[in-house]
Design a protein around this ligand. Sequence first.
Ligand SMILES: NC(=O)C1=CN([C@@H]2O[C@H](COP(=O)(O)OP(=O)(O)OC[C@H]3O[C@@H](n4cnc5c(N)ncnc54)[C@H](O)[C@@H]3O)[C@@H](O)[C@H]2O)C=CC1
Ligand SMILES: O=C(O)[C@@H]1CCC=N1
Length: 282
Amino acid sequence: MSGTSDRPGADVVAVLGAGVMGETLLSGLLRAGRAAEALLVTERRPERAQELTHRYGVRVVDTATAVQEAGTLVLVVKPQDVPSLLADVAPHLRAGTLVVSLAAGVTTAALEHGLVAGGGPHVPVVRVMPNTPALVDEGMSAIAAGTGSGPEHLDAAEALLGAVGKVVRVPEHHMDAVTAVSGSGPAYVFYVVEAMIEAGVLLGLSREVATTLVVQTVVGAGRMVAETGQHPTVLREQVSSPAGTTMAAVRVLDDHRVRAAFVTAMEAARDRSAELGRLAGS
Ligand SMILES: NC(=O)C1=CN([C@@H]2O[C@H](COP(=O)(O)OP(=O)(O)OC[C@H]3O[C@@H](n4cnc5c(N)ncnc54)[C@H](O)[C@@H]3O)[C@@H](O)[C@H]2O)C=CC1
Ligand SMILES: O=C(O)[C@@H]1CCC=N1
């Protein structure tokens, strides 16, 4: 699937770093029908490695073994840990191995440079920004190619992430914006969910009832946006009776500049993504 299918191990995918996002991808690939034998995992924390073997039956190996055996390497460590991981990967890297990075902010140029500087060949690199709803196969990923990757490498990355949700292709200079929108996006929704549940409790509902009401409201509203094709403004207007309850609430949200807060918050996320990339050598 990495364009190197004639090579032994070409169909093996190694997930390097299995924290929140690494496990999300790993579990999704297994759900999508990928054999546990075709997956390798590396993990710095031994207790975490044990947990993953126990939970998924996958082989947890050291970095050198993963690089030697897999046709596709998926880097899922924190941006700050990317430079040292590249240094560990590079000496064992074989020409034609596909490197897919999920690290926020880290550019394909920095990834390519780190691998070559560590003594590795110039391999195809694809940068991905996924999100955690991949855990329930509703992920959103954007992908961008490095200088050494062709359409077949983007196809391979798309197949990998497509197992757990939607995939779009974007120019790499949009990746920090993508990170602010869909990468961090689930957290903004959870934040709103938390706030609405707390408000429901303040209004006298039990926490259980408030949670049921809010969660189904968010699921239903999300499906309406996705399935009706209607603009969100139209959908909001349909809920807003003249001089009714919804407009009373929306007026308060506007008074508190919630819309402007989203813009400023997402600019901060975009900027932090770029900063994390710079800290990781981009
Ligand atoms: N959590 C999220 O919602 C998203 C995370 N990402 C990106 O995914 C990457 C990982 O994020 P999380 O999973 O949230 O972090 P995490 O801290 O939960 O997981 C990182 C894992 O990598 C391991 N690790 C560190 N260095 C290692 C090495 N050299 N070899 C093997 N394992 C190593 C750590 O022990 C840890 O388990 C980050 O670069 C982040 O920007 C991207 C999109 C969404
Ligand atoms: O917060 C972060 O840095 C990562 C990247 C996007 C979502 N989580």
